[in-house]
Structure formats: C-alpha cells, structure tokens
Design a protein around this ligand. Sequence first.
Ligand SMILES: Cc1ncc(COP(=O)(O)O)c(C=O)c1O
Length: 459
Amino acid sequence: MLHFKTIIEPFRIKSVEAVKFTRREDRERALVEAGYNVFRLHAEDVLIDLLTDSGTGAMSAAQWGAIMQGDESYAGSRSFYRFRDVVQDLTGYRHIIPTHQGRAAERILFHSVLEEGEVVPNNNHFDTTRANVEVEDAEARDLVIPEGRVPSQIHPFKGNIDLAALERTLDRDGARVPLVMVTVTNNTGGGQPVSLENLRGVRKLCDRYKKPFFLDACRFAENAYFIKIREEGQGGRTPKEIAQEMFSLADGCTMSAKKDGLANIGGFLALNDDTWAERCRNLLILTEGFPTYGGLAGYDLEAVARGLEEVVEEPYLRYRIRSIEYLHERLVAADVPVIRPAGGHAVYIDARALLPHIPPLSYPGIALVNALYVEAGIRGVEIGTVMFGRQPDGTEKAPAMDLVRLAIPRRVYTQSHIDYVAEAVIGVAGMKDRLRGYRITKAPAMLRHFTALFEPLPA
Ligand SMILES: Cc1ncc(COP(=O)(O)O)c(C=O)c1O
C-alpha cells in the first residue's frame, strides 16, 4: 500500500474568480491614494489578499445549496431552528443568540454585563474584543503565558493563559471580574492554540472564584485540531468531540462565524445563564434584530449551520493546518523571522526583528505590509504598535510584538498562490535595509488601524 506524504486540497473547484494583475507603479499610486493604509485600498487592486481570514473563505456547494433553502420569516424562521440546533449540538449552551458578526456578540455581552472599572482577563484580547471592553470603561487584561510573548520560542500551546497570573488577578481583583475569557486560537498572539488542560485549569479557577468562563470561539475548530495532534491522549478523538469538550468547559462563547463558521457573514453569542441571556436578547432586539435572526438573513443562518458542520471534518482541518505550516516552513527555511510554531490561520512575520532599524513607534509592521503590497500586490496586516499601541489616555506605547499577519482565507488560494507569497516575502526580506518607517498623520481615537492615514519618514 502507498503511503502519501502530500496533503491535497480536500475539494475541487467549480467556480473561479479572476485576480487582477497590476504593475508596480500602479500599486505605488494606489498606496499613496490610500494614505499608505492597505485597509483603504480597493480590493481589486490586490493580487493575493491576506488581510484577513474573516468572511473571505469560499463556501461549499452544500452551503450555497442551503442558502436557497433560507426561510426569511421575520420571527421563528425554520433557518433559525436549524442554526440553533447545530450550534447547540456543538456547544451544548442553552441560549443561542445570532448576531451579524463576532464584534456584535462581544458588544452585546459586554454592554449587558460589564460595569465601569471592571476587569476582563483573557489570554489576549483581539482588537474588537479589547475595544468593546474599553468602551465600557473597563480593563482588558492580557494574561497569555510568557512563551506566548516571545515570537521565536516554540511551545505547542502558546495561546495558553497563564493560570498563576489568572489566579492572582482573581485573588486581588476578583470583585471586579465579571467573567473570564479565553480566545481560541489566540489570534493576537499568532493564531496559537490553547490546550484542553489549560481550559480545564481555567474552569477550576472559575469554579473556585465563582466566575463565568467564556470562550472567544472564532477559530474553535482549528484549536480542536491542534489539540488532536499535539495534546497527549487526544489523537484518537474527532475534532468535533474535542470541540464539544472545549465548549463544555466554559459557560458561554462569542463567535464570529466568518472564521470557523466558514461563512461570509454571521456570528453568535451562546450562553447558559438565563438572566444574562435575557439582558443580551433585549439589547439584541434594540440594535441587531429579532432574536431568531439577529441581523442576519435566513439564508446566512443556513450557510453558518452548514459551515459549522463542515469545519470539523478531519480532511478539511488536516489540509487547513498543513497549508499554513507549508508557508511557515518556507519562510523559516529562508531565515525570515516568524512566530513559531505556525499558527492555525495565518503566518505572523516578526517585523520588529526583521527591521531593527525601524523603532516600534515608527511602525515597522506598516513598513513591511506596504512593501509587500508595492513589490508583490500582496495585502497583509499589521498587528503591532498601530493596532495596539494607543493607550486609553491617548499616549502611545509599543506592545510586546510588532507583527505582520498573512492570514490565509479558507479554501480560496491554491499551493501555487502560496508559493508566490513565499517568494515575495523572501524577496522583500532581502531588501529590508531599504524599508523606512512611517508616521501617522490622522487617526481616530478607537480602532485607529482601520482608517489611519500615514506618511513615510524621510530616508
Ligand atoms: C479572535 C477574534 N475575536 C473576535 C473577532 C471579531 O469578529 P468579527 O470580525 O466577526 O466582528 C475576530 C475577528 O477577526 C477575532 O479574530
């Protein structure tokens, strides 16, 4: 019997979308017009778009088929009950509240349960999660394990929360902690997974201090697959069984179905607590819609329901995790500094290490993102000082890392696209001495990375 080493895409392609090839001078002009912020580019001027893996995936024929079955009734639609049943089967939570995307679930949860001056511990808050905590005048406290802050340090579960630090927070500030959160996988820290053992540890502490425990579950399936292949004793279980155990250790979750829901839009808040659920539903009605559609069309609920079934299939997850690792291996072989090991949805380049001549407050991540666009038409995203450096008091402080994330949309690009990306990153890394820093010329107070305008610093 042959034993194959090649892991192939577990699908074939029956619908394609052309990508537009542009010239270097066109991209230079487009970037100037965008204020040197790739968020402001026209997407059709991007050849390979690795800005995000959120909502950018390809849906399956089964999902498109399910879309045609969407029931658009305002209240009590059949599509809601199908969605609810799938989410409940996976998570086991009592209340399933659809939302239009993840940040809506975050806003509704935090606005319903957080008070001014309270503290939310997490391994690492993602930008929208942090912003939704801070907008309530509460503190978003990041407690990832120390290994999670060192890009080059290898650890199988680098997304784990530091249980001792969590215990200290609960001990000292427990009265101000309404809930504990853990993000799976840890996007801000490199798409790194959290182990079942760590989640069990959080559960124990939450029981001891009587605190609800929520997962930010956007990439629960990728996390479950990492547990399967890395955690002792888990290899024989299915990703779905592992995911079910992950959810069972918590009391609720926020979810962006634009990631491991394999949908282009959608999300949910799911929880067990009746009082909190009622409060959240009331706010949902005010801002998102009736509780059986939550800002989504019936057909979106169908797409998410089917996506949640497909995402835990083992051939899909094996291909998904391996395809990220493939790009990672090529960059490591070329000595490009990256967060190690590979994450679940993206490769994270350590821009601070690659560009030591650009200080954090001159945004080395932006320098690298912009060079990748101009040289190769690839759009990545800075996850560093621009995204996280602005303090609530308006001052600026460099966060632990300046990263550039190349997020891989699900089921969209083929291996040759990824080979091109590897070639481009290695080429740009080779011209690193020519890259310059930037300064911000205009930015809003919150979530500035989306809309800020930049200017290159003089050579
Ligand atoms: C870990 C994490 N939490 C929350 C969100 C917010 O989800 P959405 O973009 O659907 O609002 C994201 C999106 O990237 C994320 O990665």
